[in-house]
Design a protein around this ligand. Structure first.
Ligand SMILES: [Zn+2]
Length: 163
């Protein structure tokens, strides 16, 4: 049991390649950590978004974090059900996103998921909290982020929209 506790600690240093301010723990994507008697590790992670290209990099980051720690095999499994939602982001994670200048996900309670993809949630500016913001691009630098601009401070910002 002590091993798994230690592993959670190490995983807190594995960053999301898309948002380096966030660790895989902040994202809430690590579902399970197990160590057997032979010190083989198995870790279950849930992708933030199916087909998220960052997942391979995240799995590699997890592997690297545990390499050279005296473990046997390290198995990383993708657990697709239940699907990840932004609710799994920790409060700490949301705070870090904001500090990084990315608007954390807002509650997009707009009915069915299919509809939500075509609607624009009201996203407050992470810098000045103004709600006068406009969507510039539905797809920001990565598929998980949209680009907004604040009409009050005029700063563009990214919105973490994976859900
Ligand atoms: Zn602003």
């Amino acid at each position: 049991m002590q091993d798994t506790y230690q592993i959670w600690e190490w995983l807190a240093d594995v960053k999301d390649p898309e948002v380096p301010a966030l660790s895989v723990i902040d994202l809430g994507i690590v579902r399970e950590v197990k160590v057997d008697d032979a010190k083989n590790v198995s870790i279950a992670i849930t992708p933030t978004y199916s087909g998220c290209p960052a997942m391979d990099a995240i799995a590699l980051g997890i592997r690297m974090a545990l390499t050279g720690r005296g473990f046997g095999k390290i198995a990383i499994d993708y657990q697709l059900s239940p699907p990840w939602t932004t609710d799994w982001l920790t409060e700490e994670g949301k705070r870090k996103l904001k500090a990084y200048g990315i608007a954390p996900p807002v509650n997009e309670d707009m009915g069915s998921d299919t509809d939500a993809l075509f609607q624009t949630p009201l996203v407050p500016c992470p810098r000045c909290q103004s709600e006068e913001t406009t969507l510039i691009s539905r797809y920001g630098p990565t598929a998980c982020k949209a680009l907004y601009q604040c009409q009050t401070c005029k700063e563009p910002f990214e919105y973490f929209k994976c859900h």
